[in-house]
Design a protein around this ligand. Structure first.
Ligand code: IPM
Ligand code: MN
Length: 339
């Protein structure tokens, strides 16, 4: 049993979000960890109901929890009532930036039958800067002379804290390898900063082998030879794209977990599956809860509940049931039964 009930904010969100989050909570509790949850109704459905996305008061409340579990946010495909960016920038990125969750940690483990079968690696994605920062704007909108710019912001502070976190992770692996992924041959300003920081911080980690791949080459390697990777460290946009590819080669995005972390623990970190809301299968007991459960494992590790985390990890890794026929509740029951 864990010492205290953890205070967890739950943003189930849209589509399959609430059901996979509930499954993950059931597994966490079955592992003996006490959690006291508070639900926050945020996401597409909430926006469509009353126009609310997120305000300062709610953000400050969220900051104070021990952790935040998030299901999935987004409208159904083809539903055009919410302009692009309203929820992405207004809710997801606002939480990441506002809580300064500067690491997006995404571990992958190739399931049997997948391209990356037998491989384990992780992406450490910078989570507050890059092209996501919101730099830029539009001039002469709608005219033939329209100009749209969207700059990539890379600060010494932001790059260094991300690279440092990645080296810490790599240093704890049995195979201590870190690969910087960038496009230094074209994005020379940002690329030089990232390379230099990796060189400088790397000098403090003499046991970690350091490698570099251009992002386009990394896409080939992830498909042809994923075993070359230990920790991949990269910027916000490259990390977004690479983690979808990494999910696909590891057995599908249905298994991919992620943690939006404030490693300093000043604010609550957010734990969410990489997959989306999948409205087409919502409420039908068809959603695979393994990505949400794996995200909850990352939450337990962050909270220092390493015993529960490793017990759940064991049953998730040993799970070989048929996802489609067991369904959400069947998978959850089986995991709990084996704990
Ligand atoms: C992700 C998602 C988000 C991102 C979107 C929904 C803003 O794709 O978590 O990977 O781009 O980071
Ligand atoms: Mn993404």
């Amino acid at each position: 049993m864990s010492k205290k009930p953890y205070r967890v904010a739950v943003i189930g969100g849209d589509g399959i979000g609430p059901e996979v989050t509930q499954a993950a909570l059931d597994v966490v509790r079955a592992a003996g960890v006490q959690v006291e949850t508070t639900d926050y109704e945020l996401g597409a459905a909430r926006y469509l109901k009353d126009g609310f996305v997120l305000d300062d008061k709610t953000l400050e409340e969220l900051r104070g929890y021990d952790a935040i579990m998030l299901g999935a946010i987004g409208p159904a495909i083809g539903d055009t009532r919410i302009p692009g960016g309203v929820l992405e920038r207004g809710l997801l990125l606002r939480m990441r930036f506002g809580l300064d969750l500067y690491i997006n940690y995404r571990p992958f483990r190739g399931v049997p039958g997948s391209i990356a079968q037998g491989c384990e690696f992780a992406i450490v994605r910078e989570n507050t800067e890059g092209p996501y920062a919101g730099e830029g704007g539009v001039l002469r909108h709608g005219t033939p002379f329209e100009i749209a710019t969207q700059g990539s912001v890379n600060t010494r502070h932001g790059v260094e804290r991300c690279v440092r976190y990645a080296f810490e992770r790599a240093n704890r692996l049995s195979r201590k390898k870190l690969t910087l992924v960038h496009k230094t041959n074209v994005l020379t300003f940002a690329g030089e900063l990232w390379s230099r920081v990796v060189r400088e911080v790397g000098a403090e980690y003499p046991d970690v082998e350091v490698d570099y791949n251009h992002v386009d080459a990394a896409c080939i390697y992830l498909v042809e030879n994923p075993s070359r990777y230990g920790i991949i460290v990269t910027d916000n946009l490259f990390g977004d794209i690479l983690s979808d590819l990494a999910g696909a080669v590891s057995g599908g995005i249905g298994f991919a977990a992620s943690a939006n972390l404030d490693p300093t623990k000043k604010s609550a970190s957010i734990f969410e599956p990489v997959h989306g809301a999948a409205h087409d299968i919502a409420g039908k007991n068809l959603a695979n809860p393994l990505a949400a459960v794996s995200s909850a494992i990352l939450m337990l590790e962050h909270l220092g509940e390493s015993d529960a985390a490793s017990r759940i990890t064991k049953v998730v890794q040993a799970f070989n049931g048929d996802v489609a026929s067991l369904g959400t509740s069947g998978i959850t029951k089986q995991l709990i039964g084996e704990l």
